[in-house]
Design a protein around this ligand. Structure first.
Ligand code: F6R
Length: 577
């Protein structure tokens, strides 16, 4: 979602902020802006644009202190007025904000003499700080956050202060420590070009950045010591490396990601939990659904895999004898974080399967297993998904005490799928349709959901994933020669059931793309096109069947000229509910 970058130092801020905003583009946004404290007049100068960050290039502002922001619209449309940074009435204070201020209307009402120019919740923060300011910017920010309800990562500057004041509650923000310069950003990808030394702020902490110092305070203004972390990746991870899109690069990185994740050491996990609860969103939830099948099959422990947004409001029956697992690429997803906090309140032991080191969910779980996917830039999650699956397989092994045959070779199997399939030919046949169905059973029912999600989010084709056994209970009514079905039908224990479903679709003129096991000739009788995976242990098929579906979604989106890495309306890290 929204992205923040701030700079204070000895260099011109504008280019650094612009570059930072470009690095944050992958998070999803619809307008952008930069504020710089002018080096001569000390006035705060603004430049804003609706649409791409690139538009900010046209005008350069001079100064060595500044804030930048990419906005993903929540309160009010993507307009220049609603774009950040926001100013107070005097124009002396500039604020950028991520999160949602829940009591913004009450605050707005109470600030009677102030003139508001936007529809946003964020603008009220600038005016609130104006009201509370009497010469000490840090104190004005502390006094103001005491009046706020909701979530925020806030960065504030004032024309008369050579400092940036930062505050956090619920929305991630990280400080980059430089040499005679300091930065702040909503994630490390915007900082890594300048420094690898970072400090992650926790909720209700305030930081004051000057050119040559960073001080952290609690909400009462008492100084606190925070540990620096050195991040272990560099800019090459955030480049396309010759690929047309990050998504394609990330799909192709999966064999390495799987190998790296298989080397992760798991924490010691008790084997006698009564229940395991998995909560996650979107693709990570699909990984959780596969995890349910695998862990239940192997370890015979009941597993409940729910979307975090449902779990958190379901008054779940979870307690100290249960294990709660949060799965999240970003480690910042608001619903998953809330589900985790609820599970903790109920006394459950908590475990995170997280990609981004030191993210909020990772820090709040009792134990964390880091997937080794590396930074995922494409908004559509691919390599994070397969790495989450790998951790779930490893967990199933640990909980059952038995190894899963073939897991050690699965990276090579994925490589084979990436090399062998003729996805472009298939994509060419179908890229103009308006609707798609995806069906699968058992372990590959979640693959059907994931295949449909990938296709809809990047190509904007309406796609639904179903448990194949549900077809007769409604969705088969949709089948015509204009609504193709992707049938995930590897040679497994439910193969014959899948074949029956495919025959029923064929009998109604439906076109079928099957994902099947190499050597399966029979399938060609029912499928118009077949995408093959190698013959592996049934338990491992979800790791392979998803690969052609990722590629199919990618190719179709590319043929439809869609913005693959930044699909409309979507954000990479969903930090608001
Ligand atoms: C889909 C996708 C989303 C995320 C979901 C959870 O391709 O990327 O559905 O999986 O928003 O995000 P994380 O894993 O960061 O919690």
């Amino acid at each position: 979602m929204c992205g923040i970058i701030g700079y204070i130092g000895h260099k011109q801020a504008y280019d650094i902020l612009l570059e930072g905003l470009k690095r944050l583009e992958y998070r999803g946004y619809d307008s952008a802006g930069i504020a710089v404290q002018d080096s001569k007049s000390h006035k705060i100068e603004l430049n804003k644009a609706v649409g791409h960050v690139e538009k900010l290039k046209k005008k350069e502002l001079k100064g060595t202190i500044g804030l930048g922001h990419t906005r993903w619209a929540t309160h009010g449309k993507p307009t220049l007025e609603n774009a950040h940074p926001h100013l107070d009435c005097s124009g002396d204070i500039a604020v950028v904000h991520n999160g949602i201020i829940e009591n913004f209307l009450e605050i707005k009402d109470s600030l009677k003499n102030h003139k508001f120019v936007s529809d946003t919740d964020s603008e009220v923060v600038a005016h609130l700080i104006e009201k509370n300011y009497s010469g000490d910017l840090r104190q004005a920010v502390i006094d103001s956050i005491n009046e706020l309800y909701g979530t925020y990562a806030l960065c504030v500057m004032h024309k008369d202060h050579d400092e940036i004041v930062v505050a956090r509650n619920g929305s991630p923000i990280v400080i980059g420590i430089g040499d005679n310069e300091n930065l702040v950003a909503s994630d490390v990808s915007a900082l890594v070009e300048h420094t690898k030394r970072v400090i992650y702020l926790d909720d209700l902490e305030i930081a004051v950045l000057k050119k040559d110092s960073v001080e952290i305070f609690d909400k009462n203004g008492k100084r606190i010591d925070k540990k620096e972390t050195v991040i272990d990746w560099d800019l090459t991870h955030a480049e396309k490396a010759g690929y047309k899109h990050f998504m394609l690069k990330e799909i192709n990185e999966q064999p390495d990601v799987i190998r790296n994740t298989l080397n992760v050491e798991l924490p010691e996990i008790k084997k006698d939990y009564k229940n395991i609860f998995i909560a996650a969103c979107g693709t990570a939830w699909h990984a959780g659904l596969v995890g349910k099948y695998i862990i239940e099959k192997q370890a015979r422990i009941p597993v409940h895999a729910e979307t975090a947004s449902e779990f958190r409001y379901s008054n779940p029956i979870i307690g100290k004898d249960d294990l709660f697992i949060a799965i999240s690429q970003s480690g910042e997803t608001a619903d998953t974080l809330a589900a985790l906090r609820l599970a903790k309140e109920n006394g459950a032991k908590t475990l995170g399967i997280i990609n981004v080191m030191n993210s909020t969910i990772a820090r709040e779980c009792d134990d964390v297993i880091y997937t080794r996917a590396g930074i995922e830039i494409g908004v559509a999650s691919t390599k994070a998904y397969t790495s989450q699956l790998i951790v779930l397989y490893m967990l199933a092994e640990q909980l059952s005490g038995e190894s899963i045959e073939g897991l050690e070779n699965v990276a090579s199997n994925v490589q084979e799928v990436l090399e062998k399939n003729h996805i472009s030919d298939v994509a060419k046949k179908y890229f103009r349709v308006y609707n798609f169905l995806f069906i699968g059973r058992n372990l590959n029912f979640p693959t059907a959901l994931e295949g449909a999600l990938k296709l809809k989010e990047i190509s904007y084709i309406h796609a639904e994933g179903y448990a194949a056994g549900e077809m007769k209970h409604g969705p088969i009514a949709l089948v015509t020669d204009q609504v193709p079905t992707v049938a995930i039908a590897p040679k497994d224990s439910v193969y014959s059931k899948m074949v029956s479903n495919m025959q029923e679709i064929k009998a109604r003129n439906g076109r079928i793309i099957a994902v099947a096991t190499e050597g399966d000739k029979q399938i060609t009788q029912y499928a118009d096109d077949v995408l093959y995976i190698p013959n592996v242990n049934e338990l491992l098929t979800p790791l392979l069947t998803v690969i052609p579906l990722q590629l199919l979604a990618y190719k179709i989106a590319e043929m439809r000229d869609c913005d693959v890495d930044k699909p409309r309306n979507l954000a990479k890290s969903v930090t608001v509910e």
